[in-house]
Design a binder for this molecule. Structure first.
Ligand SMILES: Cc1cc2nc3c(=O)[nH]c(=O)nc-3n(C[C@H](O)[C@H](O)[C@H](O)COP(=O)(O)OP(=O)(O)OC[C@H]3O[C@@H](n4cnc5c(N)ncnc54)[C@H](O)[C@@H]3O)c2cc1C
Length: 301
């Protein structure tokens, strides 16, 4: 690919033919034509404008913890957030953070400021931006409960705007970012005063629960399917007798049937075939249509 970003971004933040397996928690994915890390909103806008002008597709990647990337990789530019996007500040019971910060760092920052409300997020291996896009949640908490404002970049109109919680259209694993393709730049959250030890204890308890229930020892993208209304995806998959079912290197986890795991050599093709098989068998067994929660990146054929 032509080096259209080299006038905008220092070359050490531009990588060509970068394997996406290095940037996804599934550890799957062929090379992206180019992967560029932007350190502030100005760089982000310039990179997007250059991609548009060069007719190059682009995709904003967070921590890649909810993404299955194609074995062929991505024809275009993968954009990641660094620099200023990783910062945070606390004031009273408010915390404001850049969209690139990891949820673990954010939850620790809240704990250190004796603020409660982000404990649920401490074990979710994504960034704040990815969590806003997905309205990530766990153990009764979700992003919609703490967000007050999100600063977004609208890549269609090239404008920066601030959206209030009610303008975020938060729902189950969705938000206006998903609907409209807005990019989150930063976010303000309102938490509850507590004490650091209580917050730490809750975080440790939840981490223990995750360790017991989830196959954290294998690469995955978390729950593969959304929770169908009135059911649990893991239970439906278990009832269809699919625990441990394997295609190539992809396997329905024995420990948590809702997770597809990479046993070491899985390809995106293995995972998509397994997803298709699971969907078919659950439909036959229980009449329920499972819908993937994970985001597919690149050409899946
Ligand atoms: C072991 C494990 C456990 C998990 N547990 C949970 C859980 O308990 N609850 C839960 O909800 N999820 C869970 N997940 C899934 C995942 O971590 C979350 O969905 C997380 O919010 C994704 O964030 P990310 O930064 O990795 O996003 P990515 O996977 O990189 O991207 C996901 C989507 O968000 C978009 N996106 C990323 N950043 C931005 C931004 N700044 N602006 C706009 N769009 C953006 C991307 O374009 C993409 O479409 C788990 C995953 C794993 C591997």
């Amino acid at each position: 690919m032509v080096n259209i970003f080299s006038d905008i971004i220092p070359t050490d933040r531009i990588k060509y033919n970068e394997p996406l397996s290095n940037h996804t928690s599934f550890k799957i994915g062929g090379p992206a034509d180019v992967l560029v890390t932007v350190n502030n909103p100005d760089e982000l806008e310039k990179v997007i404008n250059a991609a548009k002008a060069g007719n190059i597709d682009f995709f904003l990647l967070g921590n890649g913890s909810n993404v299955l990337s194609s074995d062929d990789g991505y024809r275009g530019a993968i954009i990641k957030l660094g620099g200023d996007f990783l910062g945070f500040e606390t004031e009273g019971n408010m915390i404001k953070a850049g969209a690139g910060i990891t949820l673990t760092k954010l939850a620790n920052a809240a704990m250190n400021a004796s603020l409660s409300g982000l404990e649920f997020a401490s074990g979710i291996p994504g960034t704040l931006g990815g969590a806003l896009f997905m309205n990530a949640g766990a153990y009764g908490g979700e992003m919609s409960q703490v967000v007050t404002k999100v600063v977004i970049f609208d890549k269609e109109s090239n404008t920066v705007r601030t959206l209030k919680n009610e303008e975020m259209n938060f729902g189950y694993r969705r938000s206006v970012l998903k609907e409209k393709g807005f990019i989150a730049l930063s976010c303000e959250m309102k938490l509850t005063p507590s004490d650091a030890n209580t917050v730490r204890e809750t975080m440790l308890e939840l981490a223990q629960k995750r360790k017991e229930k989830q196959p954290l020892e294998f690469p995955s993208a978390g729950s593969t399917f959304k929770r169908p209304e009135g059911y649990f995806a893991g239970k439906l998959i278990e009832d269809a007798g699919l625990g441990g079912y394997t295609i190539g290197g992809a396997q329905v986890s024995e420990k948590h049937k809702g997770f597809v795991i990479n046993r070491g050599s899985a390809t995106a093709k293995d995972v998509t075939e397994l997803i298709g098989y699971v969907k078919q068998k659950v439909k036959e067994n229980a009449g329920v249509e499972l819908e993937p929660e994970i985001i597919f990146l690149g050409n899946m054929k």
